[in-house]
Ligand binder design. Structure first.
Ligand code: ATP
Length: 255
């Protein structure tokens, strides 16, 4: 369980994240939605420990982030950030193996290699394994980075996954393939997922809960069906958004 109490984040005199409380526990996908600049990535970075908080505390299983060693934190939660670039000429399989580093006591094992192979298969990137990472397309890089994150918490019961726009560079098939796979991980291993998306329809398809943000604040946080209303979305995005039910699924359109 991850719990944030009154966390906030400022740069100079600008408060980018106003004091918020967030609690995520148990198996499920929480999607963070909101317009550009709403503070979604800042919230995720504060929860993951990438941002030094201006105030408040984040704890995982009752222990503050500061009380975890880097390795213990890496075994408990994995983070996919927006930037997928890597400065050095690594091969794809080497990038995914980085996700296994926190597990290595005496180097890579056969099991680690199998996990890397499996992770690449699940993101449809097996054929890229021996390619140099820097030569991949944007969507290929994003899938490989996701494989690295999946390898980090491979089949760990109750692991935390924090994903910042994991599908932003993906085509339609890969969007649904990858979010579908994340959904199955949640169901099989009880993972707790926090995922930033821009596509409201994707969010409606995969989210159990929604955090709706605007101007550095959480405007709504609750069950997806209750948060994803025409009124809430129109107010947050400053544009009329209508909700329709199609084949039993909520669908959103700009009027
Ligand atoms: N280190 C920083 N220094 C100055 N401003 C920052 C910094 N980090 C974030 N910001 C600003 O804070 C606001 C929130 O940024 P954040 O990246 O959290 O937004 P977001 O909701 O993830 O946006 P997007 O949908 O565009 O990715 C933005 O206006 C951004 O420019």
């Amino acid at each position: 369980m991850i719990k944030a109490e009154q966390i906030h984040f400022s740069v100079g005199s600008k408060q980018i994240l106003k004091p918020v409380n967030v609690e995520l526990s148990g198996a499920g996908i929480t999607v963070v939605l909101g317009p550009n600049g709403a503070g979604k990535s800042t919230l995720l970075k504060c929860l993951s420990g990438a941002n030094r908080l201006s105030g408040g505390t984040v704890s995982i299983d009752g222990k503050t982030l500061q009380a975890y060693s880097r390795k213990a934190l890496a075994l408990r939660r994995a983070v996919l950030s927006q930037s997928t670039e890597i400065a050095f000429p690594f091969k794809v399989h080497e990038v995914v193996m980085m996700g296994r580093n926190p597990h290595s006591v005496r180097g890579e094992t056969e099991a680690d290699h199998q996990i890397v192979e499996e992770a690449l298969r699940h993101v449809d990137a097996s054929d890229l394994s021996d390619r140099e990472f820097s030569t991949l397309s944007g969507g290929e890089k994003q899938r490989v980075q996701l494989a690295r994150v999946l390898a980090q918490v491979w089949e760990r019961k109750g692991a935390l996954l924090m994903l910042d726009e994991p599908t932003s560079a993906l085509d339609l098939r890969h969007q649904s393939q990858i979010l579908g796979y994340v959904r199955r991980q949640v169901e099989q291993f009880g993972m707790t997922v926090l995922c930033i998306l821009h596509d409201i329809n994707l969010a409606a398809s995969y989210a159990d809960r929604i955090i709706l943000m605007k101007d550095g604040e959480i405007v709504k946080h609750g069950d997806a069906d209750a948060v994803l209303t025409s009124d809430h979305l129109s107010a947050v995005y400053d544009i009329p958004v209508s909700r329709h039910e199609l084949a039993g699924q909520a669908r959103f359109f700009i009027d």
